[in-house]
Design a protein around this ligand. Structure first.
Ligand code: PRX
Length: 681
């Protein structure tokens, strides 16, 4: 790839051997020991990773619900993901990058793309339907060192926050790992988000640097990342010192003001063959922030630690996914989401596997692209959200059957409910276990799962499984806190301490951590904000959120964030956004806007203009992912006497379901107003 010879660089600081626990192969025993002898259980798991300094204490639970794992231990995530494998697997692929967006046509339109690849280390193979770059562990080691050197030369040090706003390219992975190497705290922002979302995160994280690209591509459409970053910086109160730009040669890029050209800087580090020693971090040092939606308009900075995170992900790759070193794992997710963080980047590398990074849609250039990638790269384990599969299910079945997918041993799904017909369709065509599992950005790894690793708990179609080791999870009565009986709906709660790898707090806001997650009657119970029920066999079923968070194509959105974007429109007095069920995407947001002057929508033209403006305001502020599927203009919204908008009633009306008891309503006529607004549409 670079001009250097590809010699494996081994700078192992110790001859420590890594051990898998010699525990029995029975899940029930593992689970029991993880709950009853937590410290012993996790001390065993901790041996799976490299510790520069062994932990002094496995768990400090003296200040619950704040828990500290592996106290006093020193490690480094990047070292565990990369350096540690050099001795055994330097020439094994660490990442295989595939882009169905970079095709022949694109290269003809944007010839600079070819030169950009050369500047970034090349190693590109062009095929008719996708472009591929392979990167061995040794290549990755070098690239991460160059990237870390560039960060350091631009003032990034341990503890500094760095925003990564990038599409699915290898440099995004280098950026994350390079931050981890030097102890900087990354915060990846989903590429589908817009400038306002970036600005909120820049301010809250007080980011010192933003790393981005000239442009990204989605279904052939060019997305101007750099311009969105510029707009974000304009809106942010806290400005970064530098914007590091990986120029892909798609849009013209001129280095201006805060900009730094990555390829130029990389060359300097590469020519000097720079090695950046990993910074050893105490286990509880924050490794990254990932902002996620909640009930308020401001996203929460989920904070992850270092040691617990590394141990939890490595353990999950074995005990949950049954992934083995040398196998190929493909988590089809964006790096801007928790799945992309945990299972596209960190966990496969921690386990010495090969991970696929895919830039592209499930159905382009054709609906066979996933299976073609599986065949060509002998993918062993797949993981995605059901929406992607639902898209493919609608297409001609032969797109799937024409490829040899026999390398696949299991397919995991999470992020939203897995419907029966999607699961059956996959089972029919793949003939391997289709495993639903449930987790959250906050947990970082599965809370409930079906796992192929153990024989004593067969997987049950229609359920995301049972609590994973380390999670003392129960369905409880929301009011009393008492455990629910089998078949009784309640809140899914987890008793503190949360296991390693879960969020340790909300960034710089311990109070919000408690208020958001630990405000149940029993202050040591974490609320997942999901309703659930346990069946007679002890398998869990998720019944939807308890709050105003919706799930669009497996992407979590706060309705209040959308409402805030709409409320900025000068003609809107107030609004409510609710999620309605959608066959393909699970849920879609729809908005009910009360105008300052209702007469404004008396004409079709005006209504259309306002609709477009409201949709435009949401897309500009939050990105296309939050685009409302419909806008209605009722004369009023149903409210309680204390002025709270009854979103649940509105949702019921929108889905033509009973609204339940409306006796506490302050303005009963609003129900008819909402109904009427949908008829007017
Ligand atoms: O409501 C649950 C839903 O997705 C939420 C978490 O979303 P996010 O933070 O984006 O993390 C996704 C990580 C996979 C949950 O609170 N959810 C997640 N998995 C499932 C699910 N709903 C039903 N079934 C699932 N398997």
């Amino acid at each position: 790839m670079s001009a250097q010879t590809a010699t494996a660089v081994t700078n192992q600081t110790s001859t420590q051997t890594f051990q898998k626990p010699t525990t029995t192969q029975n899940f029930a025993d593992i689970y029991q020991s993880s709950i009853e002898n937590k410290e012993q259980f996790w001390a065993e798991q901790a041996k799976r990773i490299y510790w520069h300094k062994e932990p002094e204490q496995i768990l400090d639970d003296s200040n619950l619900p704040f828990a500290q794992w592996f106290v006093g231990g020193e490690t480094n995530l990047c070292y565990n993901c990369v350096d540690r494998h050099l001795e055994e697997r330097a020439e094994q692929d660490a990442f295989i990058w595939l882009s169905s967006e970079i095709n022949q046509e694109l290269i003809e339109t944007y010839p600079a793309v070819i030169d950009a690849f050369k500047d970034l280390g090349n190693n590109v193979e062009f095929y008719t339907d996708y472009t591929k770059r392979r990167l061995t562990y040794n290549d990755l080691y070098k690239e991460v060192n160059y990237f870390a050197d560039v960060l350091k030369r631009h003032g990034i040090e341990k503890g500094d926050r760095v925003i990564i706003y990038m599409p699915m390219i290898l440099e995004a992975a280098y950026a994350m790992l390079a931050c981890a190497r030097i102890g900087a705290v990354h915060s990846v922002v989903f590429g589908g988000f817009a400038a306002h979302n970036l600005a909120i995160r820049m301010d809250d994280a007080e980011a010192k640097m933003v790393i981005t690209v000239d442009a990204g591509l989605r279904g052939g459409k060019v997305i101007n990342y750099k311009s969105l970053v510029n707009q974000g910086i304009e809106q942010a109160a806290v400005k970064p010192e530098h914007v590091l730009v990986v120029n892909r040669g798609i849009l013209p890029f001129e280095v201006k003001e805060l900009d730094v050209d990555y390829a130029t800087e990389r060359r300097i580090s590469c020519e000097a063959n720079v090695i950046v020693e990993p910074v050893w971090l105490e286990s509880n040092t924050p490794s990254y922030l990932l902002y996620t939606s909640g009930t308020t308009g401001t996203p929460k900075g989920v904070q992850r630690d270092t040691g617990g995170h590394a141990v939890a992900l490595t353990t999950s790759m074995d005990y949950i996914y049954d992934g083995k070193a040398g196998e190929t794992f493909w988590a089809i997710s964006d790096i801007g989401w928790a799945v992309g963080h945990s299972y596209t980047i960190y966990a496969p590398l921690l386990a010495g596997m090969t991970s696929i990074i895919y830039e592209g849609l499930p159905h382009q250039p054709n609906p066979g692209i996933w299976w073609r990638i599986v065949e060509a790269n002998k993918v062993n384990i797949l993981f995605t959200a059901p929406t992607g599969v639902r898209m493919l299910k609608k297409q001609d079945e032969t797109w799937m059957t024409r490829y040899d997918v026999s390398s696949v041993k299991s397919f995991f799904l999470a992020g939203e409910p897995l419907d029966e017909s999607t699961a059956s369709w996959l089972t029919k065509h793949l003939g391997v276990p289709i495993l639903d599992h449930y987790w959250q950005t906050e947990s970082g790894w599965p809370i409930l799962s079906n796992t192929p690793r153990f024989n004593d708990k067969p997987h049950k179609q229609g359920s995301p499984g049972y609590p994973m080791y380390g999670y003392d999870a129960q369905v409880i009565n929301e009011e009393t806190g008492e455990p629910c009986k089998a078949g009784e709906k309640g809140l899914l709660a987890i008793r503190a301490p949360l296991p390693p790898g879960c969020l340790t707090t909300v960034w710089r806001n311990d109070k919000r951590f408690i208020d958001s997650y630990f405000s149940l009657a029993d202050s040591n119970q974490y609320s997942t904000s999901d309703y659930a029920v346990v069946d007679e066999d002890g398998y869990f079923h998720i019944l939807g959120r308890t709050d105003d968070v919706i799930n669009v194509a497996g992407h979590r959105l706060g309705t209040q964030e959308i409402e805030e974007a709409i409320s900025r429109h000068a003609e809107v007095a107030e609004c409510a956004v609710v999620g309605i069920q959608d066959e393909l995407k699970g849920e879609l947001p729809i908005a009910f806007c009360v105008l300052k002057d209702y007469e404004l929508v008396a004409t079709t033209e005006n209504r259309f203009r306002l609709e477009q403006q409201v949709i435009g305001a949401v897309v500009k502020s939050l990105g296309g992912i939050a685009r409302p599927a419909a806008i209605y203009f009722p004369q009023a919204l149903p409210k309680t006497r204390s002025g709270k908008i009854l979103r649940r009633a509105i949702r019921a009306l929108a889905e033509n379901k009973p609204t339940g008891d409306m006796s506490t309503l302050d303005n009963p006529t609003a129900i008819d107003a909402v109904k009427q607004s949908m008829k007017d549409y």
